[in-house]
Design a protein around this ligand. Structure first.
Ligand code: PHE
Length: 340
């Protein structure tokens, strides 16, 4: 019995000193001590040599030893699991990262930014105004008094709770607000969203974007207007594009004109986009009506000015050859991701 006790103490020391560095060594440890032909089994086998009266004490001793070996093994294998987990969480910072899908700018924003950039190079700065506007800034100040038939040129959304309010039909409201401030000379462009009560189709929508421009100083002439717009068209569409002006009517400009460019899609030969004429209208323009200047407190004997306005959707359709304007507001990513 004493011999057995001494042996077990010896084994315990040996086990405690054993170092296990890999899964393979762990398995060897298990086989050596806990396996069917292992040390534990052979020590247990020594029970038969123990005299009967000592069997009980020896049984207890062996049982304790068994628990000790099993607990030790468990501890070793637990420590391996921890290091396994650690390797699962280990981040190899030298691996190439997973790239996140990046969005792209909306084609309307791309084109609008380009338009703004061209006018900024000519010294225009940006002026903005509210999309919910009162009747004065959207219509009356622009020489469109109540019951003026030209109000029908732009079908208007009115705000039913407030009879004087409406959704602006053009960004000219921002021009009126800028003129009312009275700081002259004035050279601004007004980008922004506008609203008209129109049936939605491939060519028209109930909301769209405009860039309008206004230049007021002494001795501004129609020639200045034409040169400004020539510069814009060449920068926007390239040097080969042709331009023509046609007389037109707007209540807020006199004289008024509309400007066409040669069709970019068929190069002037005639197609469905230009309705077989070879020309596409892109903007309205003219010399600011003296009444409009007076409405904003500007002396029309001293100052003259020109104004122009165009739709960003139309310019974008020509730039990217998009044939249906509804695509711009449907948010179909397959369409939107084509533009960079
Ligand atoms: N405000 C006009 C429109 O929206 C465009 C325009 C602006 C025409 C300035 C002439 C001069 O239709």
């Amino acid at each position: 019995m004493d011999q057995l006790l001494a042996k077990i103490e010896q084994y315990k020391l040996e086990i405690q000193a054993s170092s296990v560095g890999s899964k393979e060594e762990l398995e060897n440890f298990r086989i050596k001590y806990l396996g069917t032909k292992g040390l534990l089994k052979s020590v247990m086998g020594e029970m038969k040599d123990v005299p009967n009266e000592q069997k009980k004490a020896a049984g207890q001793l062996l049982n304790e030893f068994k628990l000790f070996v099993e607990a030790f093994y468990q501890q070793l294998s637990d420590s391996f699991e921890v290091s396994d987990n650690q390797s699962a969480n280990y981040i190899d910072s030298s691996l190439p990262g997973q790239s996140l899908p990046l969005g792209s700018r909306h084609p309307i924003s791309i084109v609008q930014n380009k338009m703004i950039g061209i006018f900024q190079r000519l010294g225009f700065s940006i002026a903005e105004g509210p999309e919910i506007e009162d009747d004065w800034h959207n219509f009356s100040a622009l020489n469109l008094p109540e019951n003026h038939p030209a109000r029908d040129m732009q079908d208007t959304f009115y705000i039913s709770q407030h009879p004087d309010w409406l959704l602006r039909t053009h960004t000219s409201n921002a021009q009126i607000r800028a003129m009312e401030k009275g700081e002259l000379p004035l050279r601004i462009i007004c980008p922004g969203r506008v609203y008209r009560n129109e049936t939605i189709s491939a060519r028209a929508h109930c909301f769209f974007n405009q860039v309008e421009g206004l230049y007021i100083a002494e001795n501004v002439s129609f020639a200045d207007l034409k040169q400004t717009l020539y510069f814009f068209v060449k920068e926007m569409f390239g040097a080969d594009v042709e331009v023509r002006f046609r007389p037109s009517y707007f209540p807020f400009t006199e004289p008024s004109a509309e400007m066409d460019i040669s069709c970019l899609i068929c190069s002037g030969k005639g197609c469905s986009v230009c309705k077989r004429t070879g020309w596409v209208e892109i903007l309205g323009c003219g010399m600011v009506h003296p009444k409009v200047l007076e409405n904003c407190g500007i002396d029309s004997n001293k100052y003259t000015g020109f104004a122009f306005g165009m739709g960003v959707e139309r310019i974008t359709m020509l730039t990217y050859q998009v044939k249906d304007l509804r695509l711009f507001s449907e948010n179909d990513v397959r369409f939107l991701k084509q533009f960079t």
